[in-house]
Design a protein around this ligand. Structure first.
Ligand code: AMP
Ligand code: MN
Ligand code: MN
Length: 326
């Protein structure tokens, strides 16, 4: 059988391209998280120190708990009119350009650099720095910065440590390897503010988030002999708790943490769409399950957007999980 797995760009190739270009647009994915933003901001801050022009593109607003990151106030969906047409658009932490949202302008492939750690990345760029064994897109960026010999300032270090702490769940997920801890130690040594990251991202919950968690846990259902736990959040629940989408983040972790649960799902049916978060304890590949329904992600954490009704979404996800061995 022919191995059709796409070949990733080498660190040297990407560094040469970063040195060659003069202007960059950092692109983060919709519903931005600490990895997609932290990776782009860290690379942008470093490139600016090399005298390059940098813009940060994001179609939505920055979540409250990530506004402390350096340059987060510069992120916008408007690219300055005089921005060079040969700017390199650097996509961070996404498998395909669709994840950048509908406000993304038309781009030619030669102006795209894809930096990512997702399984099943579509290799949509001229260069694809796709390293699925990395814990975060931020650690991919860290390898590039090291190869370029750019100094890691405290601001850059905080952005990079944010990517690691976000995607390892505060060093708790199975992707927390010895190397990840060594990189983190190096970042703290460079001035990364671990306390601030902990405070802002993990310890700064709003009261509405707590009430919403209670509501969602109240709706939780167990299936498949206790191996599957799922719940949902809809517009009415958000209104009742005075909560918004940012307040849903913690819920899926609680569902997954229940004894005997192998897969957890949270159906987020609000704002006119149904987005599904899936988490696995390690036996079932939820990236494969999400891919069956047009989504993606990682072995243990994935997501998808379902077009249809909530009952249909619940049935479709159940079937996809069963097909993956649940
Ligand atoms: P979430 O549950 O939203 O935190 O997402 C978990 C993982 O699944 C992340 O790595 C996302 O990049 C990925 N993911 C979430 N939604 C989608 C989607 N609609 N398409 C592809 N990947 C997704
Ligand atoms: Mn992400
Ligand atoms: Mn990531």
């Amino acid at each position: 059988m022919i191995d059709e797995k796409p070949v990733a760009a080498t660190t040297e190739e990407v560094v040469a391209e970063l040195r060659k270009r003069e202007a960059f647009v950092m692109v983060s994915h919709v519903k931005p998280d600490g990895d997609t933003l932290g990776a782009g901001l860290a690379l942008g801050l470093a490139l600016k120190r090399l005298g390059k022009r940098v813009h940060y593109f994001q179609g939505e607003s920055i979540p409250r708990n990530l506004r402390f990151l350096a340059d987060a106030d510069l992120v916008s969906n408007v690219v300055p009119a005089d921005f060079p047409s040969d700017a390199l658009w650097v996509f961070c932490d996404m498998s395909d350009t669709g994840r950048a949202g509908e406000t993304l302008p038309q781009l030619s492939r030669e102006n795209i650099l894809d930096i990512d750690h997702h399984l099943g990345n579509a290799h949509f760029g001229a260069l694809n720095y796709v390293l699925p064994h990395e814990c975060s897109t931020g650690t991919c960026v860290m390898h590039l910065l090291r190869a370029m010999n750019v100094p890691i300032t405290p601001e850059i270090a905080t952005c990079l440590l944010t990517t690691i702490m976000t995607d390892t769940g505060g060093f708790m997920h199975s992707n927390t390897t010895p190397e990840v801890l060594m990189l983190s130690a190096e970042l703290i040594g460079s001035g990364a503010d671990k306390e601030q990251i902990t405070e802002e991202i993990f310890a700064n919950k709003r009261f509405p988030a707590l009430k919403l968690l209670g509501r969602a846990l109240g709706e939780a259902k167990m299936a498949h002999q206790g191996r599957y736990m799922w719940s949902f959040v809809d517009d009415a629940m958000l209104a009742e708790c005075h909560a918004d989408g940012e307040d849903t983040e913690e819920i899926i972790g609680y569902l997954r943490s229940v004894e005997g649960v192998e897969v957890a799902a949270l159906f987020k049916a609000y704002d006119g769409e149904i987005r599904v978060s899936l988490r696995s304890s390690g036996r079932i590949n939820v990236q494969a399950a999400a891919s069956r329904l047009g989504g993606g992600g990682h072995f243990r954490a994935s997501g998808l957007t379902y077009v249809g009704s909530l009952p249909d979404a619940i049935a479709a996800v159940d079937a996809a999980l069963v097909a993956e061995g649940l």
